[in-house]
Design a protein around this ligand. Structure first.
Ligand code: ZN
Length: 225
């Protein structure tokens, strides 16, 4: 069983049955959706940051890693920045293949977006034999089909807010390309321009005959599978 807890925007905690804890894009301070403070959220075995934008939590991940230990993981330039700011354990990588950190398999994937440090990424994490794909910030791209074929995600965390990332129409196409059956929408409702809604996504999937369960989590809620 993997427990997936939503912290609002694109921030998630994944917890495996062996007590492994993974945080992805842990933007807590200044995140209007965060249900918990940085002092309460605790640490993790690994902190994965998909890109450098302030709403994806590199600064908070650095603070948490320095406070609680754990390894900061991301594209090489992200981890270099973390190491320069005093994080002891970092594993820099690039878009390529699975690698193992603290006993957890991680693969960085492409994302069509921007970043001040290296390239933006998505990430696939394997925990308890389940594969979770966090798309980071991205538009839809045809190679999502390749991510589906190579990594067969059991669950995808996909942005749907539009403007900076996919909207519902593009996210429906992403679900089709990935062939994924469970999806948690993210990166919507945080700012006024992020107008995409989970119900719109459901509607488009229904119209297009794409079979996937859309799991809507309020910040602070968890999903186990
Ligand atoms: Zn971004």
């Amino acid at each position: 069983m993997v427990k997936v807890t939503y912290l609002g925007h694109s921030a998630f905690i994944l917890e495996g049955s062996q007590g492994k804890r993974v945080m992805i894009d842990p933007w807590i301070e200044g995140n209007p959706q965060a249900p918990i403070s940085l002092d309460q959220v605790g640490g993790a075995d690994i902190y994965i940051v998909t890109h450098s934008h302030g709403d994806h939590g590199l600064e908070d991940a650095i603070k948490l890693a320095k406070r609680h230990g754990g390894t900061l993981v991301g594209i090489y330039e992200i981890t270099l920045e973390a190491a320069n700011k005093g994080v002891e354990k970092t594993v820099g990588a690039n878009i390529g293949s699975f690698f193992e950190v603290e006993g957890i398999k991680v693969a960085l994937t492409m994302a069509t977006h921007s970043s001040d440090l290296g390239a933006p990424t998505g990430v696939v994490v394997e925990l308890d034999g389940k594969r979770i794909y966090h798309a980071g910030d991205t538009g839809v791209f045809y190679d999502m089909k390749l991510i589906g074929e190579l990594y067969s995600p059991d669950l995808a965390l996909l942005p749907i807010g539009g403007h900076f990332v996919m909207g519902p129409k593009e996210a429906a196409k992403a679900i089709e390309l990935l062939g994924v059956k469970r999806v948690i929408p993210m990166h919507y409702g945080t700012f006024p321009v992020l107008i995409g809604k989970p119900d719109e996504l459901r509607e488009i999937l229904k119209e297009r005959g794409i079979d996937a369960e859309i799991i809507v989590l309020k910040p602070g809620e968890s999903y186990e599978f």
